[in-house]
Design a protein around this ligand. Structure first.
Ligand code: GLN
Length: 306
């Protein structure tokens, strides 16, 4: 890896570490309250496979909504543009778990990265896969080159016991006819999907295919077409951070996706993918220090998509 990238990551990490660790843990999922709030990790993987990380970059954390990018990838791989008959591609301007716009748009979620959209994606996968839970897991195992990757029962069970808003979202969408399977099955898969754990190193490696036109870097396997890859990146840029997507584009300038576990993954097309983890979230549900660290990286590398 270029020494300039290493220096930039080192400086960004040290600066972020020295700042006040503001924000709150996502305690609405009880299991997520059990992490050390002072953890901070970052890892970059470039398309030639070289990589560099700092801090807690090799500790596993719950990737939560970051998994929505992977479930969308599998859905567009399976049924292509048919996905967009069920979900829109517009920023929501609302929180990730909002019910608000579903009434206005008659059960069509604004995009696949708010919870409602990801729930419809789970419904699509249940319809088109023989066993969605297994096929999704195998898909992510292959993409990440982690053969023993699994759902976390602790995290999934914790959310299954408390995820009332997601239950409401799924049932509400079902009332408009945009959920085809039983809500209980859709939600079970949704919570499992969100429970996957990875390290910053694994996450940055996994997402390099989106910086590489849909091709996996470790074995050259085509995951999705260039055009589908472009669209997923466009959605990450415009919708990856809920009501803070504009802010992320403004300050960082890369396609990315956050999760309430405090992780963020972002990518610079044709160059690298980078993952950060700091569990405390800002009021929009995005990692407070994660956003800050990435802002430092793109500011000092003077490289973004703009
Ligand atoms: N599993 C979480 C939820 O449904 C995912 C939310 C997120 O990471 N933004 O609330």
């Amino acid at each position: 890896m270029k020494t300039t990238y290493k220096n930039i990551i080192e400086n960004a990490y040290n600066l972020t570490k020295s700042l006040e660790n503001s924000g709150k843990l996502a305690t609405y999922i009880p299991e997520l309250a059990n992490v050390n709030p002072s953890n901070l990790g970052v890892h970059m993987t470039t398309l030639d496979g070289t990589h560099f990380g700092m801090g807690n970059h090799q500790d596993k954390f719950s990737i939560q909504s970051i998994a929505k990018v992977l479930s969308l990838t599998l859905a567009v791989k399976l049924i292509g543009d048919k996905v967009w008959q069920r979900i829109d591609v517009e920023p929501s301007g609302t929180k990730f778990d909002s019910l608000l716009l579903l009434e206005t748009y008659k059960g069509i979620p604004r995009n696949p990265f708010v919870n409602s959209g990801a729930i419809v994606i789970c419904d699509i996968l249940l319809t088109y896969c023989k066993n969605a839970k297994i096929e999704f897991l195998e898909f992510v195992r292959d993409l990440s080159d982690i053969p023993d990757l699994n759902y976390s029962d602790e995290i999934a069970d914790s959310e299954k016991a408390t995820g009332y808003r997601n239950v409401a979202l799924c049932n509400f969408i079902k009332s408009f006819g945009n959920i085809k399977n039983e809500p209980v099955d859709v939600l079970d898969f949704y919570f499992d999907m969100c429970s996957i754990e990875m390290t910053c190193q694994q996450l940055s490696q996994t997402f390099t295919f989106l910086a590489n036109g849909g091709i996996k870097i470790s074995d050259g396997k085509k995951i999705i077409s260039k055009s589908k890859c472009k669209r997923i990146n466009a959605l990450m840029l415009t919708c990856g951070f809920y009501d803070e997507s504009g802010e992320f584009a403004f300050k960082v300038g890369l396609p990315g996706k956050s999760g309430v576990g405090g992780g963020i993954v972002a990518l610079y097309p044709h160059n690298y993918a980078i993952a950060v983890w700091s569990p405390k979230l800002n009021p929009n549900g995005n990692s407070f220090r994660g956003m800050r660290l990435l802002e430092e990286v793109t500011t000092h590398s003077e490289l973004s998509i703009f």
